[in-house]
Design a protein around this ligand. Structure first.
Ligand SMILES: NC(=O)c1ccc[n+]([C@@H]2O[C@H](COP(=O)([O-])OP(=O)(O)OC[C@H]3O[C@@H](n4cnc5c(N)ncnc54)[C@H](OP(=O)(O)O)[C@@H]3O)[C@@H](O)[C@H]2O)c1
Length: 262
């Protein structure tokens, strides 16, 4: 597979660095181009990939579209005709929209990654366009899977994914900040409070993923009768934390649908 990266910014670099680190792809088989040539040079220095001076110059069979959504149209119009796969990470651009703009022979897969992909802990979903094959889906899964979790879902669920794993990191940053504020109020220094809060979120998430236990069961395991944890939980329930998170995810999903016109 020869991978051509269109747009060597944050997401393009993170995905390619992850894919190379995991052995999913060899840097010799990757080239990148960017509207801002210095970005492509930095990308090449970080990854060992080569730089192309134009999109046709990428000469790839798999293209990774990593421009901002409003830059995607002009990038797609420069794609050469022929047998190739386009994997787009541009938020909100549907497979219909992409298919209407790619030249004949180019198959399409749409992805929704999230920013923790930048540190190898992403949570991404992808969906296939009309002409994409099972093999194409495997290529997308292995690329996205090299920087975290990757799941295939029907396109109709992409807005829900955006509301959950796309917007979710920001929701959890607020949780971490607020828990640290509580700890500072209780006397902890700010730096230690933030580290302990972040590590607590990481640990709890790892418990859910690694044990496969329902979060409610894990919560029950650490909630002793008349203890500290149930006192804190009662406070969270009094303030409607569950309802707030349910509303946050569904409202973000609704906003994603409004923005993408789906
Ligand atoms: N960052 C995230 O966490 C995240 C999460 C989910 C989805 N996404 C999606 O990922 C995409 C990229 O985001 P990003 O944060 O990586 O953006 P970014 O850092 O701004 O990178 C985009 C790069 O593409 C370049 N570019 C624009 N038009 C081009 C063209 N025709 N040919 C070649 N290169 C071109 C841009 O050049 P200029 O600097 O000259 O504009 C820029 O360097 C977006 O569509 C976003 O919706 C990102």
């Amino acid at each position: 597979m020869k991978l051509g990266v269109i747009g060597c910014g944050k997401m393009g670099s993170a995905l390619v660095e992850g894919a190379i680190r995991s052995g999913a792809i060899d840097p010799e088989n990757v080239s990148g181009c960017d509207a801002y040539p210095e970005a492509a040079n930095i990308f090449a220095a970080a990854t060992g990939a080569t730089v192309a001076d134009s999109i046709p110059g990428l000469n790839a069979d798999v293209y990774l579209l990593c421009t901002k959504p409003n830059q995607a149209g002009s990038a797609l119009s420069a794609l050469p005709e022929g047998d190739a796969l386009l994997i787009s990470v541009a938020a909100g651009l549907t497979t219909d929209w992409l298919e209407a703009r790619v030249p004949a022979g180019v198959r399409v897969i749409r992805c929704m990654p999230n920013t923790p992909a930048l540190v190898g802990k992403g949570a991404a979903a992808f969906c296939s366009g009309r002409a994409a094959t099972l093999e194409d889906a495997e290529v997308a899964k292995s690329l996205l899977g090299s920087v975290g979790l990757a799941v295939e879902l029907p396109e109709v669920l992409m807005d829900a994914v955006t509301g959950l794993s796309g917007s979710g990191p920001a929701f959890i940053y607020i949780v971490i900040e607020a828990m640290a504020d509580g700890a500072v109020r209780a006397g902890l220094p700010r730096a230690e409070a933030l580290k302990l809060a972040a590590q607590t979120v990481l640990g709890a998430a790892t418990m859910v993923l690694d044990t496969g236990l329902h979060p409610g069961e894990l919560k029950d395991q650490v909630t002793s009768p008349g203890g500290t944890t149930i006192a804190g939980i009662a406070e969270l329930e009094k303030h409607g934390v569950r309802a707030a998170f349910i509303e946050a995810v569904t409202t973000a999903a609704r906003r994603s649908a409004e923005l993408s016109g789906s």
